[in-house]
Design a binder for this molecule. Structure first.
Ligand code: ADP
Ligand code: ZN
Length: 438
């Protein structure tokens, strides 16, 4: 039967807060009982003298132990699993941005639920079986490939597994196949646009693109708006994480007022990263997630290290699943320079306000003599090196605005468009060459 609803899973997407919490408690209790099949959690519960029956209310989630990336590394590769290996059908591994990779196992049911989450998100932003979905994300161990593939197929779209890279081929696919929706990391979308421009392709006239899913890396609201203006599309923020399944954990609805995190699948907590106590709604803290439907490798109170805040729990779209602010970045992305804490996204936000600047930038930290310094290299939209005064003036204005935002003045280097490195996966925005004093 054709689904004419605004919702892919109306029975779950439209639950009231009360119903969400009731479902969460049932699922939490079942998850905790299931975790006793994991040698890792069984031992941890014994050490804490905790029993599954101790979880009587939703607030009791706070009695549970935290799980960290280090726990996943210590039990590498299969030590946290709650099912025998023979029940698993897939293994993924996080991209290892911050150290050794970690392994995540999936049963058939896990893959099915994951595809459902992604399909739900894509439906939410208006995609239907008539759409053509191109997935320009890395395939293989990176979950952005297969995760979106299965989700888009589940929704019923013609799905093009273009994978990352080879921009000319991507553009040919977009125009030849009539691609209406595309998924890619934001830094790659801007690259794709530059190649379109260089080859005389006007995305508004020569393509049928209408929706982008962008995510997997931190990006500012300003970057999103640029992408929307460049391509003449709506760009929706997509949050995912291998440990939780992959993409599909949180996604913006058409209101674009934060990411709906699916509370029938996860318990969302925001805690102070130092005290590990909950912070009030609206206050920034570390995102902690407990899986509610995972079979192979449920995780309890997983410390994501991503920093964000609760924006609300209702939405004009009719979904009452919590809305979280776009991620600031991970606590380990934070730059500490001369005692000041800075997130790369703060710098991006300022740079994107200058129409003279293109999208790519690189932050380098160095020690010169005994001083630590920051250099921000940023590409110019067009080359006007003949106008020295204009360049100097632009540099001055950028420095001024950066100082306002990050409280110190970095060196600013304006470089020609296309001269900074571009990665096909997550962008590398910071290079730290500082001397480390022991
Ligand atoms: P790795 O941990 O090796 O980078 P993952 O692919 O599992 O591998 O990455 C998950 C992380 O990517 C998240 O914890 C978060 O830091 C980042 N991330 C994913 N989606 C977004 C998004 N929409 N905005 C900001 N950061 C994101
Ligand atoms: Zn909404």
């Amino acid at each position: 039967m054709e689904n004419n609803s605004l919702y892919f899973n109306p029975e779950y997407e439209c639950l009231s807060r009360e119903e969400i919490e009731k479902l969460q408690l049932e699922r939490l209790q079942a998850t905790v009982r299931h975790c006793m099949n994991s040698p890792f959690y069984k031992k941890r519960f014994e050490e804490m003298n905790l029993k599954p029956e101790d979880i009587k209310t939703l607030a009791d989630v706070r009695k549970l132990p935290f799980t960290t990336k280090q726990d996943l590394r210590d039990t590498y590769p299969f030590g946290i699993a709650s099912v025998p290996l023979r029940q698993c059908v897939r293994l993924h591994s996080s991209s290892g941005t911050t150290g050794n990779p970690t392994v995540i196992l999936h049963t058939k049911k896990d893959l099915d639920e994951w595809a459902n989450q992604v399909a739900r998100n894509l439906w939410m932003v208006g995609l239907r079986p008539d759409d053509v979905f191109q997935n320009s994300s890395g395939y293989g161990m990176f979950t952005g490939g297969l995760g979106f593939q299965y989700g888009a197929e589940k929704l019923g779209m013609l799905t093009v597994p273009a994978a990352a890279g080879n921009s000319l081929r991507q553009i040919k696919f977009i125009t030849d196949f009539g691609t209406t929706a595309l998924h890619a990391v934001p830094s790659y979308v801007t690259r794709l646009y530059e190649v379109m421009q260089a080859n005389g392709v006007d995305p508004r006239k020569d393509t049928k693109l209408k929706v982008l899913a962008i995510g997997a890396e931190p990006h500012s609201e300003e970057q999103r708006q640029r992408i929307e203006n460049m391509l003449g599309v709506k760009a929706y923020n997509s949050f995912g994480m291998s440990e939780m399944c992959g993409p599909g954990v949180g996604f913006e609805c058409k209101e674009q007022n934060g990411l709906h995190f699916w509370e029938d699948y996860y318990i969302v907590e925001i805690v102070n990263p130092d005290t590990l106590e909950p912070v009030p709604d609206g206050e920034i803290g570390e995102l902690v997630l407990t899986t509610l439907c995972r079979e192979a490798m449920p995780l309890l109170r997983y410390r994501t290290r991503d920093l964000t805040r609760v924006l609300g729990r209702t939405c004009p779209c009719g979904r009452n699943h919590v809305r979280l602010d776009r991620m600031r970045g991970r606590s380990d992305d934070m730059i500490v320079l001369r005692g000041v804490n800075i997130f790369p996204i703060q710098i991006e936000k300022i740079l994107m306000n200058f129409p003279e600047l293109a999208n790519n930038y690189l932050i380098t930290l160095t020690t010169d003599e005994d001083n630590d310094n920051m250099t921000v290299e940023v590409e110019l939209e067009e080359l006007f090196t003949d106008d020295y005064q204009r360049l100097k003036d632009l540099e001055k204005r950028i420095k001024h605005d950066l100082k306002d935002e990050i409280l110190l003045t970095p060196y600013v280097k304006l470089v020609p468009k296309g001269s900074l490195p571009v990665s096909e996966g997550k962008a590398v925005r910071v290079i730290d060459k500082r001397k480390v004093y022991q």
